[in-house]
Design a protein around this ligand. Structure first.
Ligand code: KG4
Ligand code: ZN
Length: 338
């Protein structure tokens, strides 16, 4: 009999539900909350209210689009953390209620494991999956990590940021340039028209496999301030070059460590995951690195890079196969350990 998993993701500002049958994606709906735009960042209280409004219609549509009935679902996988507590509570409570009503098991998923396991979602475009062990560069709005993935349930962080995440570096620098939120996609778009080597910013490379982005952010800020004193229209006049140079710097920092880690560990496969994996410069650079080193390289489809429930459903599917179910007494955790 086939295994059908309903996945629910509500850790930040996207309400998402997905259905996966035996590892194959049937539907993946994402409702992105617009309410935060005017504040230039996610407002936690508004996020949880929007999840509350969205979750029933999003799950309903995911089930309809998958062409299944509620009674066909084998288990419900949900994001337990890390994320915003109020947002996580909505998804967790909804998942518990539906599991009780349907009398089916509940599966807890760590959001970061979900990002990494997005490479195992099978679609008509994504047919190849990584073999173990592989090295994954996980880059999102809140995390930047190098993870050695030995198995679905055996992952080891071998390097991480000591301050800001890569997504934060994109978003914060974009904010001081007056670009919208989140800034990452905007910087990516404008970069296409700029020169990546037009400007040089600080490129902090802490010892070992750790990352650091706060020095880059500061250097970017001072650079803008100095130039705005000379030319009040500096940002407007040079925004393409500024974005291209910023993106180039962030990508170089990430690739430098990924390359070092791959050599050190002697892995044969590398992968990219998380919201920043949507970045065109980073996708190209990881592909080039893989090619140069003769490594099998995995870049997720764009729709599986930023937050989505398909990645939660696939992580749930592999837990289901091992009978790893969650107790109904568990609560979400904003800082759930990796
Ligand atoms: O994984 P994600 O959707 O949410 C978290 O778990 O944090 O990642 C969101 C982050 C944001 O910082 C956003 O700016 C960044 O991913 N991002 C990008 C791009 N698309 C999303 N950064 C650079 N280039 C992009 N194209
Ligand atoms: Zn995420």
């Amino acid at each position: 009999m086939s295994v059908i998993i309903l996945g629910i993701e509500s850790s930040c500002d996207d309400t998402s539900a997905a259905v996966i049958r035996d590892g194959h994606l049937l539907s993946n709906l994402i409702s992105t909350q617009q309410v935060h735009e005017e504040y230039g960042g996610v407002v936690p209280e508004l996020a949880s209210r929007a999840h509350q409004a969205n979750i029933v219609p999003v799950v309903d549509m995911a089930i309809k689009q998958a062409g299944i009935k509620l009674g066909d679902i084998s288990a419900i996988a949900f994001t337990r953390g890390p994320g915003l507590l109020g947002s996580l509570l909505v998804g967790t409570s909804f998942a518990k209620g539906l599991a009780i009503a349907q009398n089916i098991p509940l599966i807890e998923v760590n959001h970061l494991h979900g990002h990494i396991l997005s490479h195992f979602i099978l679609t008509s475009n994504q047919t190849q999956v990584p073999g173990f062990p592989f090295l994954c560069l996980l880059v999102s709005g809140g995390h930047t990590q190098l993870v050695l993935v030995n198995n679905f349930d055996d992952m080891q962080i071998i390097g991480k940021t000591i301050d800001d995440a890569a997504g934060e570096a994109f978003d914060k620098c974009a904010k001081v340039m007056g670009l919208g939120y989140p800034g990452g996609p905007e910087v990516d778009k404008l970069s296409a028209l700029g020169k990546p080597t037009a400007f040089r910013f600080a490129k902090p490379l802490p010892h070992g496999l750790d990352f650091s982005f706060s020095g880059l952010k500061t250097s970017f800020l001072y650079f803008l301030r100095d130039n705005l004193e000379k030319d009040p229209n500096f940002i407007e006049n040079r925004k393409y070059d500024l974005c291209a140079s910023l993106q180039h710097t962030i990508v170089t920092i990430l690739i430098d460590k990924l390359g070092t880690a791959a050599r050190k560990l002697g892995v044969k496969e590398i992968a990219l995951a998380g919201g920043v994996a949507a970045n065109s410069g980073l996708r190209d650079a990881v592909m080039r690195l893989g090619k140069k080193r003769g490594l099998r390289t995995f870049i997720p489809e764009l729709k599986f890079t930023t937050d989505n429930a398909a990645m939660i459903a696939i992580a749930g599917y592999y837990k289901f196969k091992k009978n790893e179910f969650a107790d109904h007494s568990l609560t979400p955790q904003a800082r759930l350990p990796f």
